[in-house]
Design a protein around this ligand. Sequence first.
Ligand code: FES
Length: 423
Amino acid sequence: MKWLIVLILTLLVCSYIAWLVYSEWLQFQAQYAQRGLAANNWQQRCQQVSSQLVKQSHWQGFRDFVVTKRVVENPVSDIISFYLRPRDGLPLSPFAAGQHVTVRLPIGSRVYTRCYSLSESYNPDYYRISVKRADAPAKTNHPAGKVSGYLHEEVYEGAVVEIREPQGSFVLPESTIEPLVFLVAGVGYTPVLSMLKVLVNQPFPPPVVVFYCVRNGSHHAAKDEFEALQTQYQGLHLYVSYSHPRSALDWPEIDYQLSGRLNGQTCLDMLAELSIQPWQCQYYFCGPEAFMTKLQQELAANDIDSSQFHDECFSATVTHQTPLLDAPELAEVVFSSSGRRSEWLQGEDRWLLTLSEEEGVSINSSCRKGSCGSCMTEILEGEVGYLKDPEFLNQKQANHFDTSRYCLPCVCYPKSNRLVLNV
Ligand code: FES
């Protein structure tokens, strides 16, 4: 009898443990499913915002804008904001915070295009871009930024620059209650400033945590604007991180809250202090590629799903590793529907999208790094090459993407002497 009671009790205890394990597992599964759904839903909601805006667009191609004001944004003067009004006085297209414009400038005998994020929320009177002068990277042969240098040194009030309408899918959905975490470095703060200015005016803005990394106080840009937002926006938690604070000049807790290079664990610790669940957040990364990759890896190692990551790369122009061994010295590129043709030269550091823009041929674009597919263009003749397989090819919608018939001009170059594109 005694043995029977022991056996029954043992069975009861085992069943209880099994039930506990099973219910934990169910919860875990549900959490993952919810995270997947939330992430998919998030992408769709962001896409809706950018496609609604396309319908309200006001102009095609490039349009003249006059520089009405220049503001130096930091003590080392390597970031300058340009306020731009349309020369024709007609209305501006609305845009979603986080989007960018393409600027076209003739410099010497060549026309250059570059993308700059809009650093203000929508204002019907002007657009604002904030441009960092791109110095030549240390220990490389890459030259300093031609366009950013020109904007800093030659473009003053009254100058005219050509601008293409705002584009880009690095945006927020129309409304959200999920906590947002922004991890930004250097001039990567620009789209985030624009987003925060939109969020602060929402009736019920979500909790927001911003990690803003700069070298030290001399590089700290838009300090007053961030501080003003912090006083208006109760749910905004701003952590400024100085990688190399200057002794006696930069004051901890006053100028910055964190020192050294930001890492994923510090971000998670801060979220825990604020009682924010990391798995409920959406993470927006803006900065140089190495900064974003490192943080994404560290967060992913702590079980944050990569579908919660949204990024925009801010770095000096992506350069070809010249010479491109499988490309000709010179290729003729024909844009068939627009009746234009151009020449692509080894060493000129141009992807086909840049070439088309400089030629005045309009191709839709958004990410400009081969991940969204919005620039997909039909190849009528010839071949293109990629430095590495574009990220878009790993996505579901790329299932029917035939790389011999279509290309992503934002990240490809001609591989044949003659290339004909259907644009
Ligand atoms: S612009 Fe996104 S893939 Fe080319």
